[in-house]
Design a protein around this ligand. Structure first.
Ligand code: HEM
Length: 509
C-alpha cells in the first residue's frame, strides 16, 4: 500500500488525474520520517514538505494522520467561508485542563454565546484606556533595563518580554497587578507552571516525538494541579471583589461602559450582567490571560531579534519614534502616527507568526481545493508556510517593513486575501488584535527611544523551538545601552499633523 500511496502522490503531483470524478483523487501523501526531526521546531519540516508536496498534503504517523494546509484559498475556505464545518479538534482536547470551555477551545453554541459576551468588552474606549497601561508597564521595564545598562550587564530579553506582557494582561483582563517585571511572586510561578504544561501538551500533538513516561508525569501533574488551584483561588477572589465593586457603583451599563478605576474585561462582563457559571467565567479569564500573554511576548522577542540584525531599520524606527513621541508617554493619537513602527511589527508577524499553525477538525465531509475530505480529519493550517511562500512574497526571508507602503492600508487577512494571517481570520479571528497591536507598538516605541539593543557578544545562537508560540532555544541575550542622542521634541509639523488625525476616543463617545 505504501507503493500505491507513492504512486498516487506522484500521479497527483504530476496532475495526471486532472479533475477525475471517480473518487480516486487523493490528497498527496508526504513520505519520510518526521521522527528524525524531534526537538526541532516542527513547522520547519512542514515547510520542506510544503515545497515538495504543495498547498495541501497528508502526513501520517502510524494510525494518525493530519492534513497540512498551506494554500491561502483553502485556508480561507476552512477559516471563513465554511467555518461552521470545523472545530478546534485536538487543540480543545489538549487545552481542556487549563482553558476548559474558554473562548479559544470552545466550539458550537458555547463559543457563540461567549464570543458575543466578550467581544463588546474590548470596545474602542477600553482599548484607548489600555494605552496608558501599556506605557506604565513598559516604563517599569525601561527602569529595569536602565539599571542593567548602568551595570553593564547583559539581559535575557525573552523572559523580560514575557513578564511585561503578563503584567499588562493581568491588569487588562482582571485588574490584577502581577508586577512580575519587578517581583517574583508565587502566583507568577504558578502561571508559568501552567503555561509550560500547556506547551508541553501542545508540542506532543504529534505523539511519536516524545511519548511521555508515566512515572515522570505524576509529580509534574501534582505541581500543575497545585498551580491551577492557586490561580483559581486568586481568580475567585478577584471575581468576588469585582462583584462587590459593581454592586456598589452608580454607573449605568451601556455600550462603551467602562469603570475608570477598573477598566478590566472582568469588570465589564460582571457589569453587563453576563449570566454565566463561575467555572465558565474562570475559563474565559484564563483563556484571555494565556492568549494575550504568550503571543505578544513572542512578537516582541522576535521583533527585537530582527531589529538587532538590521541597524538601518532600527535607525529609521528610532527616527520616527523620536519625532512622533519625543519624551512623552504614547497616547491613542500616536498609534496612527507611528506608521513605520506598525510596519516593523506587521513584518515581524509575517516572519514569525504566533502561533505558527492553526488547528482544526472537520465536522462534515467537505471539499478542499479539488480534494474531497471526510468528517473527522485533523487539519493544521500552516501560517508559517503561508507567510514564507516563495511564490507569493518577494525576498521571502528578508525582514523588510517597506514591503507595505506607509500610506497603504494596515495589512490583514482580508486585504492580503489570506496569504497573511497574523490574527487568523473568519469568525474565530483574534478578539485582541487591536489591543495587541497597540501594546506592541507602545512597547517597541518606548524601548527603542531609550535604548540600543545588540545581540550580546558570546550569546548563544538564537534558534527556534515551539510551544504554542515560537520561542528561542536558549533565550535572547542582549547588550542594552542607553541612547546618547537626546530625544527630539515634537516639531510644529507634527502638531499640524495631529489636527488631521481622527480621535477614536472622541468618535466613540
Ligand atoms: C485568537 C493571534 C493577542 C485573545 C487568535 C488567533 C490568532 C491570534 C492567530 C486565531 C486562532 C485560531 O483561529 O485558531 C494573536 C496574536 C496576538 C494576540 C499574534 C499578539 C500579538 C491576543 C490578546 C488577546 C487575545 C491580547 C486578549 C486580550 C484571543 C482570543 C482568541 C484569539 C480570545 C479566540 C477567539 C475565538 O476563537 O473566537 N489570536 N493574538 N489575543 N485571541 Fe489572539
Amino acid at each position: 500500500s505504501s507503493f500505491l500511496g507513492q504512486l498516487r502522490s506522484l500521479v497527483s503531483r504530476l496532475g495526471i488525474l486532472g479533475d477525475a470524478r471517480d473518487g480516486f483523487l487523493a490528497i498527496p501523501e508526504a513520505k519520510g520520517s518526521m521522527s528524525a526531526v524531534g526537538g526541532q521546531a516542527f513547522f520547519l519540516p512542514l515547510y520542506e514538505l510544503f515545497l515538495t508536496y504543495g498547498g495541501i498534503f497528508r502526513l501520517k504517523f502510524g494510525p494518525k494522520s493530519f492534513l497540512i494546509v498551506s494554500d491561502p484559498a483553502i485556508a480561507k475556505h476552512i477559516l471563513r467561508d465554511n467555518a461552521k464545518a470545523y472545530s478546534k479538534g485536538i487543540l480543545a482536547e489538549i487545552l481542556d485542563f487549563v482553558m476548559g470551555k474558554g473562548l479559544i477551545p470552545a466550539d458550537g453554541e458555547i463559543w457563540r454565546v461567549r464570543r458575543r459576551a466578550i467581544v463588546p468588552a474590548l470596545h474602542r474606549k477600553y482599548v484607548a484606556a489600555m494605552i496608558g497601561l501599556f506605557g506604565q508597564a513598559t516604563d517599569r521595564l525601561c527602569k529595569k533595563l536602565d539599571a542593567a545598562a548602568s551595570d553593564g550587564e547583559d539581559v535575557e530579553m525573552e523572559s523580560l518580554f514575557s513578564r511585561l506582557t503578563l503584567d499588562v494582561i493581568g491588569k487588562a483582563v482582571f485588574n490584577y497587578d502581577f508586577d512580575s517585571v519587578t517581583n517574583d511572586k508565587g502566583i507568577v510561578e504558578a502561571v508559568y507552571t501552567v503555561l509550560r504544561e500547556s506547551e508541553r501538551r501542545s508540542t506532543s500533538i504529534i505523539p511519536v516525538w516524545n511519548i511521555p513516561i508515566w512515572k515522570d508525569i505524576s509529580p509534574r501533574q501534582r505541581k500543575v494541579t497545585a498551580a491551577l488551584k492557586l490561580i483559581n483561588d486568586v481568580l475567585n477572589d478577584l471575581i468576588a471583589r469585582c462583584k462587590r465593586m459593581v454592586e456598589e457603583e452608580e454607573l449605568q451599563f451601556h455600550d462603551e461602559y467602562m469603570n475608570e478605576q477598573d477598566p478590566s474585561i472582568l469588570h465589564f462582563l460582571l457589569a453587563s450582567g453576563d449570566d454565566v457559571s463561575s467555572k465558565q467565567l474562570r475559563d474565559d479569564l484564563m483563556t484571555l490571560l494565556i492568549a494575550g500573554h504568550e503571543t505578544s511576548a513572542a512578537v516582541l522577542t522576535w521583533t527585537f531579534y530582527l531589529l538587532s540584525k538590521e541597524p538601518s531599520i532600527m535607525a529609521k524606527l528610532q527616527e520616527e519614534v523620536d519625532s512622533v513621541l519625543g519624551d512623552r508617554f504614547p497616547t491613542i493619537e500616536d498609534m496612527k502616527k507611528l506608521k513605520y513602527t506598525t510596519r516593523v511589527i506587521n513584518e515581524s508577524l509575517r516572519l514569525y507568526p504566533q502561533p505558527p499553525v492553526l488547528i482544526r477538525r472537520s465536522l462534515d465531509n467537505d471539499v478542499l481545493g479539488k480534494y474531497p475530505i471526510k468528517r473527522g480529519e485533523d487539519i493544521f493550517i500552516s501560517v508559517w508556510n503561508l507567510h514564507h511562500c516563495p511564490n507569493h512574497w518577494i525576498d521571502v526571508d528578508k525582514f523588510n517593513p517597506e514591503r507595505w507602503p506607509l500610506d497603504g492600508p494596515n495589512p490583514n487577512e482580508v486585504n492580503q486575501n489570506f496569504s497573511y494571517l497574523p490574527f487568523g481570520g473568519g469568525p474565530r479571528k483574534c478578539v485582541g488584535d487591536m489591543f495587541a497591536s497597540f501594546e506592541n507598538v507602545v512597547a517597541v516605541a518606548m524601548l527603542v527611544r531609550r535604548f540600543n539593543f545588540q545581540l550580546a557578544l558570546g550569546a548563544p545562537p538564537v534558534g527556534m523551538t515551539t510551544g504554542a508560540t515560537i520561542h528561542t532555544t536558549e533565550g535572547l541575550v542582549m547588550t542594552v545601552t542607553r541612547r546618547t542622542r537626546p530625544p527630539i521634541i515634537p516639531t510644529l509639523d507634527n502638531k499640524l499633523l495631529e489636527v488631521n488625525v481622527e480621535d477614536p476616543v472622541e468618535k466613540a463617545s
